[in-house]
Design a protein around this ligand. Structure first.
Ligand code: UTP
Length: 292
């Protein structure tokens, strides 16, 4: 048995170039799926998994993320006076009581690995989670991170979320090779960042959920730039494999890659169809459009 993870890191200091021009002023993590920004879905997943300290790695253009988690006194007063209790509860519960948000600045976008390293002073010497909010994972049962935290608590090993991708897409992901799977998990034997299909050791791709041993920090400190000239988390995980157990985990749920246009559309459709007030009318609108 290991300790239960309590801290979750949200690296949100990327440039979000695939959503320009919107991301010129709106951080990618603030793009909404129906009425909630992507970051809220990831935060809710971390809280459900048992995390009470949320560490956001931001930059000077991402004030909107910090503002979103701050208290909006004027708005609360107005809603209170207008008797709009439902909306009041919604903005008050952006972060529940007992959960704290910490903001750390990544002064230069040197890569995901570097962003995670920025969390070291806050995380300290305990296992922790990393969630990339543009991977939105939807599941009717336990959230993906809760499934992973349960596994980490039981085994003490680091856990990385994976899913099967088409062979020709390996160049867009970190790809792992594993021992034979036992149920949903297998020990990782190799991990490479964005290999060409002909070089990929498998079609098992890393998606944006990790439960990591704190040893990753000292490895990140000595990780040089890798693919794309960035400090890659994948390269530090490749080092971690040589001294500790790291498991790949095929989570239960559907991942929407909201870092792409199509993924954002897919997630919007899914959440519209899951929303009791919206499902009927949304279905009608879609059927009408598809018949045109
Ligand atoms: P992406 O590769 O998706 O890059 O980063 P991006 O900048 O967000 O988006 P595009 O590709 O330009 O459209 C993966 C994750 O790592 C974070 C991003 O915010 C995203 O959550 N990241 C990346 C950082 O926090 N810092 C970095 O230096 C790089």
């Amino acid at each position: 048995m290991s300790v239960r993870i309590k801290k979750a890191v949200f690296p949100v200091a990327g440039l979000g170039t695939r959503f320009l021009p919107a991301t010129k002023t709106v951080p990618k993590e603030m793009l909404p799926i129906i009425d909630r920004p992507l970051i809220q879905y990831a935060v809710d997943e971390a809280i459900e998994a048992g995390c009470d300290t949320l560490i956001f790695i931001t930059n000077r253009y991402k004030h909107a993320v910090a503002d979103y988690f701050d208290k909006a006194y004027e708005l609360e007063q107005k809603l209170e006076r207008a008797g709009k209790t439902e909306q009041l509860e919604q903005i008050r519960h952006v972060l529940p009581k007992g959960v704290r948000a910490v903001f750390v600045t990544q002064t230069e976008a040197l890569g995901l690995g570097h962003a995670v390293l920025c969390a070291k002073p806050i995380v300290g010497d305990e296992p922790f989670a990393v969630l990339l909010p543009d991977d939105l994972i939807w599941n009717r049962g336990d959230g993906a991170l809760k499934q992973m935290a349960d596994l980490n608590e039981a085994s003490g090993a680091s856990v990385i979320a994976v899913e099967d991708v088409p062979h020709e897409k390996t160049g867009s992901y970190g790809i792992v090779a594993t021992d034979k799977f036992d149920g949903r998990k297998g020990h990782i034997t190799q991990i490479v960042e964005k290999p060409k299909p002909e070089d990929a050791p498998s079609d098992l791709a890393v998606v944006g959920r990790y439960v990591l041993s704190p040893k990753i920090f000292e490895l990140l400190e000595s990780t040089g730039t890798g693919a794309g000239g960035e400090i890659q988390l994948t390269d530090a995980i490749a080092q971690l494999l040589t001294s500790e157990q790291v498991d790949a985990f095929r989570f239960e749920g559907t991942r929407f890659d909201c870092g792409t246009h199509l993924g954002l559309v897919e997630a919007t459709v899914r959440f519209a169809l899951e929303n009791p007030k919206l499902a009927g009318p949304a279905r009608e609108v879609m059927q009408k459009m598809l018949a045109e």
